[in-house]
Write a protein that binds this ligand. Structure first.
Ligand code: TXA
Ligand code: MG
Length: 338
């Protein structure tokens, strides 16, 4: 048998692994977005993630494991949800589903921002998996962007966000999913399927989860209690103001200002493209209107428009079914001003 070995890739994986062992941070591709990785069990290494991202310490990180077998190193899975966790892992791991579980005492408080729970997932990206296999320990990795900004879906975007602050980014091209993982917590019920709460909409949809549990709305956070920033109203924000225009009739352009359109299909005869003499129009899924393609391209297109010197980006809404829920969630947060 002839085995083709990608020398450059292997060298990059070795280097990333050596840096992680030395307590450094490295940017790695995942199937969702690029992550900024550190040894999850080393608080000094984890602190470098918060510093590079300028992330407030009250925003907990996701811990990535190699396989379901490693779950017990990072979480204490209660008996009452053990079967559901196994079913979800069998159905969606490796992949873009993050589970919130009671934390293992070995996980530093900095990782979980002092919460008694830890967010865990297993990445499906071959490069991430290769690094993790070589490293052999759980990896904490948030999205590799500065706090509150658009998540990076390419190595170029990582460098724009964190260039000069990190020793290495492995470039493995564009991320397949393009949106961060779905975050889920599980509440057991005696003799019934558990209740699922979606903390962040993502590539794994409500429809896909319903087979395993009853998906319910998040409980409102009690007033005065800080909620996690990924759930803050303003997040994923471009520098240019972005306005989610639910009704085309509400658009009142100011004379002399430059507007760009973030469209779903970019149809010339659609109600949004025809609305104005746009400086620039970018479509999420040109012509065909496929939600998966729109999700993959969303952050890339938001960055393109952000760099176009516009006064405002006008975003067209999508229907909120399937992946449309996660895309609209990101557009709403991008349009909310802090
Ligand atoms: O797809 C992804 O999940 C990417 C890739 C790199 O894995 N990571 C990612 O991480 O999006 P980050 O840090 O950008 O978003 C993690 C979200 C944050 O909103 C955080 O508040 C939430 O997960 N989170 C982490 N631990 C939590 C916990 N114990 N309870 C509730 N939310 C938690
Ligand atoms: Mg993030």
């Amino acid at each position: 048998m002839i085995q083709v070995v990608d020398e450059a890739k292997q060298e990059a994986v070795r280097e990333a692994c050596a840096l992680l062992r030395a307590g450094e941070i490295v940017a790695l591709p995942t199937e969702t977005v690029y992550g900024l990785a550190a040894d999850a069990l080393n608080p000094d290494a984890v602190a470098k993630i918060f510093a590079a991202k300028e992330r407030p310490s009250f925003d907990p990180l996701i811990v990535h494991i190699r396989s379901l077998g490693d779950l017990q190193q990072v979480a204490l899975v209660p008996e009452a949800i053990a079967e559901t966790v196994s079913q979800l892992a069998a159905a969606f791991w490796p992949g873009p589903l993050t589970l919130i579980l009671p934390k293992h005492p070995d996980i530093p408080d900095l990782v979980t921002s002092g919460l008694p729970t830890v967010a865990v997932r297993q990445s499906a990206h071959p490069v991430f998996r290769a690094v993790q296999k070589a490293f052999g320990r759980p990896i904490a990795a948030p999205s590799a962007n500065r706090f509150g900004r658009i998540s990076p879906t390419s190595a170029t975007a990582v460098l724009k966000e964190l260039g000069g602050r990190i020793p290495l980014v492995i470039d493995a091209g564009a991320c397949g999913e393009g949106l961060e993982s779905t975050i889920l917590s599980i509440e057991p019920r005696p003799h019934k399927k558990p209740i699922f709460r979606i903390h962040r909409a993502g590539p794994i949809t409500k429809e896909q989860l319903q087979e395993f549990g009853k998906v319910e709305k998040m409980k409102e956070a009690p007033e005065n209690q800080p909620c996690a920033p990924g759930q803050l109203p303003s997040h994923y924000a471009p520098m240019t103001p972005l306005i989610l225009l639910e009704n085309p009739a509400d658009f009142h352009p100011e004379p002399g200002k430059k507007y760009g359109l973030l469209s779903y299909r970019g149809d010339d005869d659609g109600p949004y493209v025809a609305l104005h003499d746009w400086e620039q129009v970018e479509a999420l899924s040109p012509g065909s209107g496929k939600l998966a393609e729109a999700a993959t391209r969303l952050f890339f297109v938001m960055r393109l428009l952000d760099e176009a010197g516009l006064d405002a980006i006008i975003a067209e809404p999508l229907s909120e079914t399937g992946l449309g829920v996660a895309i609209m969630d990101r557009l709403r947060r991008a349009s909310a001003r802090p």
